[in-house]
Design a protein around this ligand. Structure first.
Ligand code: CDP
Ligand code: MG
Length: 152
């Protein structure tokens, strides 16, 4: 099985609700190795780069605001960006994270356990981002981390 790297971001809802440790615990227990981590205040530029492939989706404007922390803590905008490495890490991390909608996420996943749907605003508060495939993982790790920030 290939050794892969993948990006995980504890989103502003997860930071505000103090769920970072629980998410990390699950990823560690699944056997993935943390090789990079930093707290980031997401700029509009970074938000657009990260979600470039979703431009044009109806939820895109909300998504940009959400990842920048506009809905959670504008005075303390924070996400925790991490890179995990391991055998089949991209699919494996996604399996720990669960489906996009907390309503669809399988029992035992992070999004099932901790995610929720903000019914007033109509967006998902799904706690974590994880790269969806090899192309995304490669792209996203490079956007968020310099090579020297990863311990390899
Ligand atoms: O994060 P994931 O790869 O599972 O889903 P995506 O399709 O790449 O969408 C990125 C993010 O957009 C999701 O994690 C949600 O935060 C948000 N989203 C949403 O709020 N409403 C949707 N109908 C679809 C996605
Ligand atoms: Mg995605």
């Amino acid at each position: 099985m290939p050794i892969e790297k993948t990006l995980v971001v504890i989103k502003p809802d997860g930071m505000k609700r103090r769920l970072a440790g629980l998410a990390i615990d699950r990823l560690e227990n699944a056997g993935f190795e943390l090789i990079g981590a930093k707290v980031v205040s997401v700029t509009e530029k970074l938000a657009h780069e990260h979600y470039a492939l979703l431009k044009g989706q109806p939820f895109f404007p909300n998504l940009i605001k959400f990842i920048m922390g506009d809905y959670h803590d504008v005075s303390n905008r924070r996400v925790l960006a991490m890179v995990y490495r391991g055998e089949n890490a991209i699919k494996g991390v996604r399996a720990v994270v669960g489906a996009t909608s907390p309503e669809d996420a399988a029992p035992g996943t992070i999004r099932n356990a901790f995610g929720r749907i903000n019914s007033k605003a109509g967006y998902y508060e799904n706690v974590v981002h994880a790269s969806g495939n090899a192309m995304e993982a490669d792209r996203e790790v490079k956007i968020w981390f310099k090579p020297e920030e990863l311990v390899e």
